[in-house]
Design a protein around this ligand. Structure first.
Ligand code: MSP
Length: 526
């Protein structure tokens, strides 16, 4: 039986203004999902949208639409963004999907019947026009932080989840399963800031919020936020429905990939809910860092104060999804925050994609064309130079696998690009054009075959990160894409096969001209 691999992104708040910052989690997950598929695993990759709550109702009202109409358009935009970025999810869950709503009701009732949910009262500062409760610390100068109007102290009946009972169990979980919460720094944050000071019970229903899932046995209550959102990871697999075969097959998740601001919900509330339900826990919750723009974490392009172009709908058509994705893997140290800058994006495009990978492919292909009429040459005995290159390839293949086992897309892409760099250095060293002049045909065959095999291996490894250009190269080489094979040998090509030609993969950019072009687009948008 094939090994299974289940990976999830958080469900996104619906928006038609998602930036490359928002897209970051999905871009990371896509490379990991493709990487695992290429290893032959049975992968289930889940993403979706988080569609309940007061804010959605207000946004729909503001544009004169029903919630459903408003959401359907947003979800269409979100899906088209994932398509643009070549996000290969297996399932898209909407929390307004009827099967999810039903399963969430069941989960709530189940937790109530098991004694983990009880009725109490919620106290807080209420803003009537916004229909929102705020805690003391959320208020701005004693007023509503959203609209700035007066708030009044109010109490309403609500259900609570007994989160306070789970502190010790969570501490034990972090201790006995250090792989559960990563990177490690997030564990200290959770323990010191939340668990050690004592967990409070969690308010899980509201009577003032109408746009949500009603509690089955007390429908004037709406199930509040996290009890609706977090279970998407199991309801998407059919948990709580008649057909839970996917749940049986894929749960527990191998990794919940999330941004660092929602680590608390995924590493405290979610495992507590699962423990209460008597279900297995996800193997890993990974809290990645933020993509910062001029020092800020932007979520919506409208809110951008930065002069950078953050809109994937501009960047992808101009520079390709491969380039946008590669930049994020490579430039933002995985697990930490990183700054986006248009200049570094364009510089990396030229240096890595155009000069390094693109040039390696085009010069190798053109030499094979010139000297062997594009027929893949024979591999004769390897010299020291060839063996050295092979040793680097072997080493970096191993490194890439080690890094991807830890989801470290930054180190993995660095290893893959070391292969291309080394191959370019090899060309300078062995000078195939000089060997051709000397008429040493056997040596020339071997050099070009070594290069083609190196390009094959590097392209196979690079494809999960950049699904387009490496695929073109693999197709031209006559190699099946999306499947890791013969990574440890120079015997993965068919001798004598005629190489198809490949267009220039990443045409070199005039950085100054591109910066001016993007600045103008930004200006016109404001
Ligand atoms: N709806 C909640 C999640 C509920 S999961 C049960 C949510 N949604 S979100 O739309 O705000 O965020 C979705 C993902 O985008 C999160 O992983 C978040 O960290 C990520 N990002 C949004 N802006 C980001 C950056 N600027 N940089 C990196 N990732 C960030 O939270």
């Amino acid at each position: 039986m094939k090994e299974k691999f289940y990976i999830t992104t958080p469900i996104y708040y619906p928006s038609n203004k998602l930036t490359i910052g928002n897209a970051y989690t999905n871009i990371i997950c896509d490379a990991i999902a493709r990487w695992n598929r290429a290893q032959g695993k049975d992968v289930f990759y889940l993403t979706g949208t988080d569609e309940h709550g007061q804010k959605i109702s207000q946004s729909a009202q503001a544009v004169g639409k029903s919630e459903k109409e408003y959401l359907d358009k947003m979800i269409e935009d979100t899906k088209s963004l994932w398509e643009l970025l070549d996000i290969s999810y297996d399932k898209f869950i909407r929390t307004t999907d009827p099967y999810h709503e039903k399963a969430v009701q069941k989960i709530f009732t189940d937790l109530y019947n098991k004694g983990y949910i009880y009725k109490g009262s919620y106290k807080g500062w209420y803003c009537t026009p916004c229909e929102s409760f705020w805690t003391e610390s959320q208020l701005k100068d004693g007023k509503c932080p959203d609209c700035g109007r007066e708030v009044k102290f109010q109490e309403e009946e609500a259900y609570f989840f007994k989160l306070s009972q789970f502190g010790d169990k969570l501490l034990k979980l972090y201790e006995t399963h250090p792989e559960f919460l990563q990177p490690k720094s997030r564990v200290n944050e959770m323990v010191n800031n939340f668990i050690k000071p004592g967990l409070s019970d969690l308010c899980v229903s509201r009577t003032s919020v109408k746009w949500g899932v009603p509690v089955e046995f007390d429908p004037k209550h709406t199930i509040y936020v996290w009890i609706d959102a977090l279970p998407n990871y199991i309801t998407a697999l059919g948990y709580g429905s008649e057909d839970d075969s996917l749940f049986k097959k894929f749960w527990p998740a191998d990794v919940h990939m999330i941004g660092k601001e929602i680590v608390r919900f995924h590493s405290i509330i979610w495992p507590a809910i699962l423990m209460a339900l008597g279900l297995e826990l996800p193997k890993t919750v990974f809290g990645h860092g933020w993509l910062l723009f001029g020092g800020d974490k932007l979520s919506k392009s409208k809110e951008t104060g930065s002069s950078e172009c953050v809109d994937p709908r501009v960047l992808v058509p101009a520079y390709s999804a491969d380039a946008v994705r590669y930049y994020l893997y490579r430039e933002i140290p995985f697990g930490s925050d990183g700054n986006y800058s248009t200049e570094s994006f364009l510089t990396r495009f030229n240096a890595d994609l155009s000069n390094n990978y693109g040039n390696l492919v085009s010069r190798t292909f053109s030499m094979v064309k010139k000297y062997f009429n594009s027929a893949i040459p024979h591999l004769y005995e390897l010299t020291e130079d060839d063996k050295n290159l092979k040793a680097t390839v072997d080493n970096e293949v191993k490194n890439a696998f080690d890094h991807m086992a830890k989801y470290d897309v930054t180190r993995a892409t660095t290893s893959i690009f070391n292969i291309f760099t080394e191959a370019n250095t090899y060309i300078q060293k062995v000078q195939p054009w000089a060997v051709a002049k000397e008429g040493d045909s056997e040596r020339l065959c071997t050099i070009l075959r070594v290069l083609l095999e190196t390009i094959r291996i590097g392209s196979l490894l690079f494809e999960p990160f950049a699904p387009n250009a490496p695929k073109k190269v693999l197709t031209a080489l006559g190699v099946e894409s999306g499947k890791f094979a013969n990574l440890d040998n120079f015997d993965g090509l068919e001798e004598g096969r005629i190489l198809e030609s490949v267009d220039i993969l990443f045409p070199r950019l005039d950085i100054k001209a591109e910066l001016e072009k993007l600045a103008l687009i930004n200006k016109n948008k404001q």
